[in-house]
Design a protein around this ligand. Sequence first.
Ligand code: DGJ
Length: 755
Amino acid sequence: MFGRSPLTAATGLLAVCSHASMALAQEDGSNAIVASGTSFSLNGDNLTYRFHANSTTGDLITDHFGPSISGKTPPPVDPPVNGWVGLPGRIRREFPDQGRGDFRVPAVRIRQSAGYTVSDFQYQSHDVIQGKNAASLPGLPATFGGEEDVSTLVVHLYDNYSSVAADLSYSVFPKYDAVVRSVNVTNRGEGNITVDGLASFSVDFEVEDLDLISLRGDWAREAERQRSRVQYGVQGFGSNTGYSSHLHNPFFALVDPSTTESQGEAWGFNLIYTGSFSAQIEKGSQGYTRALLGFNPDKLSWNLGPGETLTSPEAVSVYSNEGIGGMSRKFHRLYRNHLIKSKFATSDRPPLLNSWEGVYFDFNQSTMLTLAEQSADLGISLFVMDDGWFGNKYPRLSDNAGLGDWVPNPDKFPDGLDPLVEGATNLTINGTTDNEDKKLRFGIWVEPEMVNPNSSLYKEHPDWVLHAGSYPRTERRNQLVLNVALPEVQDFIIDFMTNLLNSSDISYIKWDNNRGQHETPSPANDHLYMLGLYRVFETLTTRFPDVLWEGCASGGGRFDPGILHYFPQIWTSDDTDGFERIAIQFGTSLAYPPSAMGAHISAVPNAQTGRTVPLEFRAHVAMMGGSFGLELDPAEITGEEVDHMHELIALSQRVNPLVLNGDLYRLRLPEETRWPAALFVSEDKSQAVLFYFQTSPYVNHAVPRVKLQGLEEGAEYKVDGDDSLVYSASALMGLGLQYQFETDYGSRVVFLEKV
Ligand code: DGJ
């Protein structure tokens, strides 16, 4: 039964097996998917996920989602059915439908043309595919991988009464203990149906206590970690802002109550989607915990005519028995290798200077060029002109005009962008030799999905913005949202971006988005907008693969895997305070790789918090993000700070490959200690870099040792320092290193090298 199927030897891209009793083997010989009759086992290196179809009801029953197990699955005991809850409400279900006695939240909600909302999805057949069928998620961002990386099980379900089909697609990435799921719902009947809810991932956990961890926040206060015991009843969160949002990230983890950063079981879930979403956790009357992640039912109401299909986004789940940190590292590795499609996913990023906090809207060609010169002098490699460069009839001199009119402001740039771009890209970066590679690069800011009413675009196309009949179009930051669901809006964005990128030597784009959606014409418009946006991203990133794209949404308002599929980095937060940033970056790293985080040194006192933090501390915090940069007026860096800045930029470049490619260990959490710490360890464990901070002194008290993690057992490491001593991995991990800090905001960056 666990033998290698003859079909697994097929050399085609997608070897499909569509009958009972088969296994698909990964290159390393493990059986990623074992299908035995109508029982399925999805296997990672340290994961087994099992479910089966009930032979009487055709319902899919969850058997196990956790550590690797082998052999037969001990069956659940048939529950006694007493009281109001029917049998479907007393068992673990893989794709819970509604209306037949399971009173918990359903994964799928369908309204038939007659108004019925009952469904009865029963197993029909399944296919097993070596690799992943990219075409199965049309227009959506998704994980990718070859036959050696991933195997896919597609289970076909059918509701005979409504003639609706549902295909559940499970892709297993064994190396990452990851199962990625999406769902297709197809109307095979003759009338219309409405899909009112569809979870990409749905699974029922055993009867056990679990804690729920999620990320909440707001503008400039993203990714605050919260943890609470799962209670009986429904608890959850989501976004109905039209975007993934600062308010709640489309990520959660369920963990054993005893799980810590470094120990215990953790199941992580993350939706590959940038739109409104819903995460619901319900502990039902029988004690099983249901976890759902997918479309927001308040923002769906999706009509399906005969023959039409709705495809859910993919949701990723990973399992770790090495704590919350182990879960994060699995997400990070999976995303670096199988989600972010940019060629820059893991390649060294140029240290950049962004003009925003340094000059805001107050610049012209000559002052921008001066900024570029000062940047090159500091050793910066990429100069980025942020907001304020565009608008002719309605110039963008503040945030109340110009969005939509993507032509250079003629007062600021009388001869267009060329003189600035040519001037900047001819500058030689200080400290480098004079050849092409060492020239300053130029990048620019755009906010393509938005329009100010004070713009020519809005005067010409008032019908292009989101609106609901005659309801007032409420403005936020003086702007309205273009309805990217409309093909003409998509084409407008594709065209102006193509012209902009073809017009000058622009090698970086910051794609901003600074408000949520109001007055949408229908709930379904949310998803139509996303499909339109993804078409725009796909077209532009395919057309301009050499451009380094950075996502932004008032900071981290769209820090999600959907954006990461197209853009390898995202501006993490508009809060650039070095102290606050540790928690924001640590929180974001629960699901997202540090390689994806934009992190900058800004001026003090900080624009958001008024706090003054030493330059070195600000720099060390920013270096923990994959895209390190400066966001200040370089003219204000004077005296000894100039040399110091040179050293810090050079240090950031030494650190950068480890941040981009290494494994992150959050050694001490900022919300739990005044001495937070993180360690990045290269995948081969030959190198590591420790970040150790003191956020405030504890007077007349020793600084605790920081115990390292993830080093190679039995190896020895040279630890950078005054005398660069060699210590065993066991001493570094079992006892740890101790440093002294004198003041508020002390910091250390320490390299380790295996000897
Ligand atoms: C919000 C972004 O998060 C900032 O970095 C900056 O680009 C401004 N928008 C510009 O308006």
